[in-house]
Ligand binder design. Sequence first.
Ligand code: FES
Length: 161
Amino acid sequence: MFSSDNLQRAREIISRYPSSRSALLPLLHLAQDQDGWINDEAMTEIAGLLELTRADVYGTCSFYTMFKLEPVGTYVVSVCTNVTCLVTGGPAILHHLEKTYADDPDVFVEEVECLAACGGAPALQVNYEYHERLTPQSAEQIIDAYRSGQRTARRISGGPR
Ligand code: FES
């Protein structure tokens, strides 16, 4: 459920659009900013605010990988294994990070399609911040730098402020 401040913000966002359904993506970002993921209550509330079905909201959430349908850690690590990264070591990075952080609830490792950083392959993102030309070891060092506070992570969602 939106906090009272965020509910007010959601209504302000909706008022910007001639058709309320156009506010769906901004409201999903707002919900993810609040809770860190899109839970069932948020989907139901957003559907009600926009006069959509819950299936409409779920369909949009599940289409965009940026929206998380389960709780994720503080650090979302998105590892590309698409063609250029595939041939330059992306899968080895993915497997190393999955194994290294398997029991760490703060680090959520996911495999993603091309991050449009092919010139710097293999690439990954930490909370949507790019890192390129990696090895399994340098990728782990970068993540550990975030975890130790040597690097500052941006918020998980890039939604409306
Ligand atoms: S294939 Fe990995 S960034 Fe494009």
